[in-house]
Design a protein around this ligand. Structure first.
Ligand code: HEC
Length: 143
C-alpha cells in the first residue's frame, strides 16, 4: 500500500507547519493563554471566598483551567521566543524541570476541576494547590 507513507508524510508536514509559527505570534498567543489563566484564577478566587454570588459559574471556570493547562510546554517550542517575552532561558535550558512543573499544574488543575464539579469540601484546598503550582513555575521560569 502506497497510501500509508503518503499519509505519514502529510502528517509530518502538518506537524512541522504547526511548529513553525512566527515567534512573535507564539509569544502573543501564550501570553493570551496565560492571561486567561490569570483571569480565571482571580474570578474563581472571588467565588471561593464568597466575595460575589455567582457560585454556579465556578464549575465552568475550573473546567476551562483544566483545558488551558493540559499542555503548557507546547506553548514554549524551541525557537518560540521573542523580545517581548518574559520567559526565562531556563524554559529551554532546563526543559525536564520545566515540563515537570507544567505536569504538576496539569494534575492540580484536573483535581480542582473535579472538586468544583463535585462541590467537594476540599475545593478551597485544591484551588490553593493549583495557585501554588502556577507560582512555583513563575518563580523559576518567568522574568
Ligand atoms: C510550567 C510553567 C508555568 C506554569 C505551570 C504556569 N505559568 Fe504562567 N507563565 C509562565 C511563563 C514562562 C510566562 C511568561 C510567558 C512569556 O512572556 O513568554 C507566564 C506568564 C503568565 C502571565 C502573564 C501573561 C502576560 O500577558 O504577560 C500570567 C497572568 C500567568 N502566567 C498566569 C498563570 C496562572 C494563573 C497559572 C496557573 C493556573 C500559570 N500561569 C501557570 C510559566 C508558567
Amino acid at each position: 500500500m502506497m497510501i500509508k507513507p503518503l499519509l505519514l508524510s502529510l502528517l509530518c508536514l502538518t506537524t512541522l507547519a504547526a511548529h513553525a509559527a512566527d515567534p512573535d505570534d507564539m509569544v502573543k498567543y501564550r501570553k493570551n493563554v496565560m492571561s486567561a489563566n490569570g483571569g480565571l484564577m482571580g474570578a474563581s478566587n472571588a467565588l471561593i471566598q464568597n466575595k460575589v454570588e455567582f457560585k454556579g459559574q465556578l464549575t465552568g471556570y475550573a473546567r476551562a483551567l483544566e483545558a488551558l493547562n493540559k499542555d503548557l510546554p507546547a506553548l514554549f517550542p524551541k525557537g518560540g521566543n521573542a523580545a517581548d517575552s518574559d520567559a526565562q532561558p531556563d524554559v529551554w535550558n532546563k526543559r525536564a524541570e520545566f515540563e515537570h512543573r507544567a505536569k504538576d499544574t496539569q494534575t492540580k488543575a484536573a483535581a480542582f476541576a473535579k472538586a468544583a464539579a463535585g462541590n467537594d469540601s476540599k475545593l478551597a484546598e485544591k484551588f490553593k494547590e493549583l495557585s501554588d503550582s502556577c507560582k512555583s513555575c513563575h518563580k523559576d521560569f518567568r522574568k
